[in-house]
Design a protein around this ligand. Sequence first.
Ligand code: ADP
Length: 403
Amino acid sequence: MYANVSMGLVRSADGTPEYFVALIQDISERKRAEEKLRLLSSAVEQSTEGLAIVDLEGTIMYTNRVFARMHGHEPDEITGKHLGVFHTPEQMPTIESAIARTKGKGEFDGEINHARKDGSIFPGLMQCSLLRDDNEKAIGIIGALRDITNIKRSEMALQKAHQALAVKAAELEGANEELSEYAHVVAHDLKAPLRAIHNYADLLRDDLAASLHPPQRECLEGLCRAARQGNELVDDLLELTRIDGSSAQIEKIDMQAFLRDFFNSMDLPADVDVVVQQEWPALEAEETLLRQILQNLISNAVKFNTKSPKRIELGCQTRNVDDVETYEIFVRDNGIGIDPTYHEQIFRVFERLHSLQEYEGTGIGLAIVKKAVATLEGSIRVESEPGQGSTFYISLPKSHWPA
Ligand code: ADP
């Protein structure tokens, strides 16, 4: 307990000291209040944040050292001045409206530029609140200020990096489009001469079949084969370049009807068993692209397969891919399988794991599938081991539209 003690000496009429009178006053409460005030004032003074108190007209009543020095001042030289000393005349309307907002709503939060004594400017994050006395009467505004120069610099750098990235992406997209157009034109222009070579070679072979020696017949056979492969390559390239990677006419597809149609139009060899899942959800896709995807996957499942019977399973399941609910179509075969080393590579144009003598093809089928899947905003992966068959999985978003 803290006490205030006052003592007085009481004397008799002739001046002889008789006794003391002591007044002891308990001042613990006042002491505690003083200590609290001292603590608060050193906290404010030593805070690493710039703190200032102004009256309701904007006259500076107090600033801590950090606040004053942020502006290149000493606290004593600015007390009593208007807070306009921290701002350029052009900023004053903003300051006035910040004061009005604080008075009206009780607080204000915002980025405001501040001026140093030497005239240089720095961006600050200002948080103000209304100061009230014990009777709730507004008596001033307390503001905390943080210099956000570094944050602003990082923001600018990030923004610049974003802009540069966007420019690069646009350039890349342009270059890609140009390349695709180029491939399209070349493939288109090669189509007619290749078809003519193929037809002429066919005619020659039929007309001269009887009179040719075996080596000559072999030459002509080779010419026909090469021309046919050239034709297939050009057709596949044209199919690939025709897929417009940027847009698809997405619609809900009744999969039962679609698959019935699809398998009716596919001419599968007799030794192929196809097992199709009974129940299918309505998929959001474009029919043409879905047909291209399944056609390529199923013809590969038949081609790269030495079993008898060749077995193909087709189904659909739900799967969460990167937090997006998807329908995942799978195409499973009991074929030759694929070494995991090549699981990425096979989706690139012209990538083949076998010679033309082993398995015919152009190496474009899976590139078509990948581009079609990407156009439908989906993704593709494969699970396979040599000799164990392969399963291709295509994930398509359950919904392309917000709920
Ligand atoms: P292509 O079928 O014309 O060779 P693709 O782009 O369709 O070209 O396939 C690329 C390669 O991936 C094929 O050459 C083959 O080696 C491999 N591949 C694709 N599908 C299968 C499959 N179902 N089973 C085994 N290998 C496959």
